[in-house]
Design a protein around this ligand. Structure first.
Ligand SMILES: [Zn+2]
Length: 176
């Protein structure tokens, strides 16, 4: 069984808390070999990632003996956006995927980005799941920044996806 943990809590001005939860799976016996973070919901209007997280969790619970490392699933990073099917962080209208690495001493979106980086620090791998929107149809693809090409392309090939897209490090994507 996965262990649900609250890994980030930020007090909101309305007397509620912004929270990020993850579900952690570890091997039944022995030390974890590697740690992987599976992330979804950075964009609140891309709901397929939550479904992928659900299916992954379901598969893991049926195959606990297959788990060799630590598997952290973060299904809903921008929970405020997901609640209202909003791509950005509501009220701030900020694309969370463009303000990494963020800062603890800044406004809420930057604090969230900073928190995400901190809780995933130490992961050997992180996969951030995005999806298309109602206006655009895309085939499943892996996107990799050119700077990490040599390390990540061999790993991306293990994901059994036909299209691996290596981006130039264009300025607009630098903070992704
Ligand atoms: Zn997205």
């Amino acid at each position: 069984m996965g262990n649900i943990e609250e890994v980030l809590t930020i007090e909101l001005p309305v007397g509620e808390n912004f929270r990020i939860q993850r579900c952690r799976y570890t091997p039944k016996k022995g030390k974890p070999t590697k740690r992987i973070s599976v992330v979804s919901g950075i964009h609140g209007d891309e709901l397929e990632g939550q479904y992928v997280c659900f299916l992954l969790g379901e598969w893991l619970r049926e195959h606990l003996e297959a788990i060799k490392g630590t598997i952290d699933i973060y299904p809903a990073i921008n929970s405020l956006g997901i609640d209202s099917i909003t791509r950005t962080i509501p009220f701030y209208d900020i694309d969370l995927n463009r303000i990494f690495p963020g800062s603890k001493e800044d406004f809420l979106p930057a604090q969230i980005a900073h928190g995400v980086v901190e809780v995933m620090r130490g992961s050997d791998f992180a996969i951030d799941i995005h999806s298309s929107n109602i206006y655009l149809r895309e085939i499943p693809q892996v996107r990799i920044a050119k700077a990490q090409e040599n390390t990540l392309v061999p790993l991306a090939n293990l994901l059994n996806i036909d299209f691996v897209w290596v981006h130039d490090a264009v300025t607009v994507l630098e903070s992704t």
